[in-house]
Design a protein around this ligand. Structure first.
Ligand code: AMP
Length: 212
């Protein structure tokens, strides 16, 4: 199953991908996570992209596509994948068609005011990347991951002014992909303004019936 999760930041792509990938037996590949790992590990790529991520802008297409192409060539992606955060521009979508043509693109739909609440309250585990929300789904103990005991932090780009920037970038560069994929018949609209516990089994059932 070759899937793309498309939607604005804060729509729940990462949270749902993290929960659903095991059910579908395919890896969850998040370009944001790959970049953040490279930054954390201080690799050459990480040094190239750190300032871009902190600013809320997009990493250049070629650099991003090269990273995704390499990741999709790994063994665990042979049977399919969930791409979360890629493609984000029309050139990236064209490139993906050449090395990992998607079978279904899930369009995560969510009102903008909900996005702002979600992102400003988001906290992420440094170790296992589990996500929490201090208002809607807080951890048991302040600042500590329930899953692995790791330290929770607020992403640099979840600061209010960066959220606004990212939403503009989404509207300008990524939103056109909705029409792009609708025209090719691959798009599936999915309302994500509902509890995750409902969304995960619902989406898994739809995808299994559709493509399984
Ligand atoms: P995310 O975790 O998906 O919100 O991504 C965090 C940041 O990583 C974005 O704001 C961009 O700076 C960068 N990034 C992630 N995916 C892409 C992509 N497909 N193209 C360009 N930049 C990306």
């Amino acid at each position: 199953m070759r899937l793309v999760f498309l939607g604005p930041p804060g729509a729940g792509k990462g949270t749902i991908a993290e929960r659903i990938h095991a059910v579908l037996s395919i890896p969850h590949i998040s370009t944001g996570d790959l970049f953040r790992k490279a930054i954390h590990d201080e690799t050459y790529l990480g040094k190239q992209v750190k300032e871009i991520l902190d600013s809320g802008h997009l990493v250049p297409d070629e650099l991003t596509t090269e990273m995704v192409k390499e990741r999709l060539a790994e063994k665990d992606a042979e049977k399919g994948f969930i791409l979360d955060g890629y493609p984000r521009t029309l050139p990236q979508a064209d490139a993906l068609n050449k090395f990992g043509h998607p079978e279904r693109v899930v369009n995560f739909m969510i009102p903008e005011e909900i996005i702002i609440t979600r992102l400003s309250g988001r906290r992420v585990c440094r170790k296992c990347h589990a996500t929490y929300n201090i208002k809607t789904s807080p951890p048991g103990a302040d600042g500590i991951c329930d899953v692995c005991g790791g330290e929770l932090y607020m992403r640099e780009d979840d600061a209010p002014e960066k959220i606004t920037k990212r939403l503009h970038v989404y509207a300008d560069l990524t939103q056109p992909l909705i029409e792009y994929y609708r025209k090719s018949g691959l798009l599936m609209d999915f309302d994500t303004n509902r509890p995750v516990d409902i969304l995960v089994p619902e989406l898994a059932t739809i995808l299994k019936n559709d493509l399984g």
